[in-house]
Write a protein that binds this ligand. Structure first.
Ligand code: UDP
Ligand code: MG
Length: 330
């Protein structure tokens, strides 16, 4: 074990990726051999239930640069990445997915850009092979929406695949929020950035952990954690609706008083009532989103709980120990 910090850390969140880990390790090791840098390969196991951890710990015997952090349960990718970033020791830190959608062969190019003096090397997808048009369409819609609304614009077609300098990672680690919307946090931190384009491969094996519910959740997170502008939109919407309602009411009263016409007006009444209650519900729901987030933040809970660290040599490690019937909380 080295006492000085490695020059490069590669952080990989892992959730049930046993199918891809052998290939991932082979490709990473090939890349590292050519790099001539001291490296640290930091895997964060996000509550995997297959033998991902066993595979990683086994590989550690051959490649001592591997370090495995195990979270106490499945906390979600954002928490796993947070755990990795807080523990990574490298002068530069690369973040990549385990499923080989982010090709490790690009690491030397990223390092080269960093050596030229940039803080962030952002990997932008030129293509999204193996992703349905529906996913692509919703992703593009989401980016457009969030950049309209957010204060820190998020670059289109970039994921978490990136290199960050030590000071960027330190800055990121200072952000104390519990609701971690990483894409927005990266954008918020800023720093001099170089963008490289790459072709995103399809997932090598296993299946994606994403579903539309999670995407909607993430989108909500993205919008509400980085802007209070939706609240202002709600306010404006409410003002407009109230103004229109006031005008309409005055008009009806005048009609009755001056012209003496009092129409039954059932249809218009229903229209106004349903519209206004819709606007109200929308605004209350929006407020609720923010209040909920405030509630979660005030609890001050840690973002993740570390169960095991392969660098802790104090205990004898038992990789397959799992409590039966534990729930996969999320
Ligand atoms: N991941 C994780 N925790 C989760 C879900 C996913 O750590 O709860 C990891 C997963 O192992 C992978 C990365 O996050 O390394 C991206 O996940 P996935 O490929 O399923 O997402 P997609 O690429 O389809 O957006
Ligand atoms: Mg993937």
């Amino acid at each position: 074990m080295t006492s000085t910090n490695p020059q490069l850390s590669v952080v990989v969140p892992v959730h049930n990726e046993a199918d891809v880990i052998p290939t991932l390790l082979n490709r990473l090791v090939l890349v590292f051999r050519k790099l001539e840098m001291t490296t640290e390969l930091l895997f964060v196991d996000d509550g995997s239930r297959d033998n991902s951890v066993a595979l990683l710990l086994q590989a550690r015997r051959r490649y001592p640069d591997i370090r495995v952090l195990q979270l106490s349960r499945n906390f979600g990718k954002e928490a796993a990445v947070t755990a990795g970033l807080t523990h990574a020791k490298g002068d530069a830190v690369i973040l990549m997915d385990a499923d080989l959608q982010d090709p490790p062969e690009l690491i030397p190019d990223m390092v080269a850009q960093w050596r030229k003096g940039t803080d962030v090397v952002l990997m932008k997808r030129r293509s999204r092979a193996g992703e349905s048009w529906l996913k692509r369409a919703t992703a593009s819609l989401f980016y457009r929406l969030i950049n309209r609304i957010s204060d820190a614009p998020i670059p289109v077609d970039t994921g978490d695949f990136r290199l960050m300098s030590r000071r960027t990672v330190d800055a990121l680690n200072q952000l104390p929020e519990r609701n971690r919307y990483l894409k927005g946090m990266f954008a918020w931190v800023g720093m001099p950035t170089v963008t490289l384009e790459f072709d995103r491969d399809p997932r090598l094996a296993g299946k994606t952990k994403w579903n539309y519910l999670k995407l909607v959740h993430l989108a909500m997170e993205g919008i509400t954690s980085f802007s209070t502008r939706p609240l202002r939109i709600a306010l404006v919407l409410g003002l407009l609706a109230a103004g229109a309602g006031g005008l309409f009411g005055t008009w009806e009263v005048l009609k009755a008083l001056v012209l003496g016409i009092s129409t039954p007006g059932y249809a218009s009444m229903i229209a106004v009532v349903t519209f206004l209650s819709g606007v109200q519900l929308l605004c209350v729901g929006l407020l609720g989103e923010y209040v909920g987030r405030i509630y979660m933040e005030t609890k001050q809970r840690p973002v993740f709980i570390l169960a095991e660290d392969s660098d802790d040599r104090i205990r004898d490690y038992q990789p397959t120990l799992r409590v039966a019937g534990e729930s996969n909380g999320q």
